[in-house]
Design a protein around this ligand. Structure first.
Ligand code: AMP
Length: 280
């Protein structure tokens, strides 16, 4: 596996494969890699000729009070994991490489960003859409892999790619979980032991709501209360529990079509998100 740190270096090294007509798969990450990230790499390896991952903790998607400085970073281990997984290239740019002075263009996706994390993290998705569009322009992949763990992010990226006619196929990947159901996340390693034990309630609540839905419940408030009640049995502070339509992420009162129950919960200074899809 080759590690590339500049845009020019990366573009130059991908050129021969591109000229030979090979397909390129891309998995953008913020590092501190786990099996969830590696599942995206695995899918790209299966579906494309050459797989590129990126590790970039994007400052523009963090709010001023958020955990940019404490976000876990371990580039050496990440590169070892990517190499073992069979990844071909990893792009690890410095902040200055991605945001040189004078960059004054941002990408803002409206509508789909109105609720959930879009409402509780102002500016977050603008940072995400901007950096993902830059990374897609830099790598030029045929396919790009994103986790359903960040379901609203996936909807934002799909909307952006459609609206800006970006020549890439977005491939959603299922959520990888711990044995107790907690969705893998780089932030999990920052949980205290007590909070880590408690945090399995997100998935438990979502599973209970999904079971109700499978049994015929269609009232969004009832489904939301089921999740909230499960989470509020411990010290997690609920940021939101919301049923939204898919893929436009708008709040609904009754589930009559494809929908999502999404939640965000704060444990100390660690914010966790999770969700479950409701398919009619
Ligand atoms: P991040 O490093 O948190 O920005 O995540 C990079 C990519 O990995 C995003 O597309 C995430 O949705 C995806 N991802 C993160 N956690 C998981 C997980 N537990 N299962 C599947 N994909 C994940």
């Amino acid at each position: 596996m080759k590690i590339k740190r500049t845009i020019e270096e990366l573009r130059r090294s991908l050129e021969p494969a591109r000229l030979k007509g090979k397909t390129i798969g891309f998995c953008p990450t913020m590092g501190a890699l786990h099996e969830g990230h590696l599942s995206l790499v695995q899918k790209s390896l299966e579906e494309t000729d050459l797989t590129v991952a990126s590790i970039f903790v994007n400052p523009t998607q963090f709010g001023p009070e958020e955990d940019l400085s404490s976000y876990p970073r371990d580039e050496e281990k990440d590169c070892r994991l990517l190499e073992e997984a069979g990844c071909d290239f990893v792009f690890c740019p410095k902040v200055q490489e991605i945001y040189p002075n004078g960059a004054c263009t941002t990408v803002r996706v409206t509508g789909v960003t109105d609720h959930l994390c879009g409402a509780s993290r102002p500016g977050h998705f603008e940072g995400v859409a901007t950096v993902v569009s830059k990374l897609l322009n830099i790598v030029g992949p045929h396919r790009a892999y994103f986790g359903i763990k960040d379901a609203q992010q996936l909807c934002v990226i799909e909307t952006m790619v459609r609206d800006l006619d970006m020549p890439v196929l977005i491939r959603p990947c299922p959520i990888v979980r711990e044995d107790d159901g907690l969705a893998l996340s780089s932030r999990n390693r920052r949980l205290t032991k007590e909070h880590r034990n408690e945090a399995s309630c997100l998935n438990r609540g979502l599973c209970k709501a999904k079971a109700l839905f499978d049994g015929g419940e269609r009232n969004a408030a009832t489904l939301e209360k089921t999740v909230r009640d499960e989470i509020e049995t411990n010290s997690g502070r609920v940021d939101y529990v919301e049923v939204v339509s898919m893929p436009d992420c708008q709040p609904i009162k009754t589930v009559s079509d494809r929908a999502l129950i999404a939640c965000a919960v704060q444990y100390g200074d660690v914010r966790l998100i999770d969700n479950v899809l409701l398919d009619i």
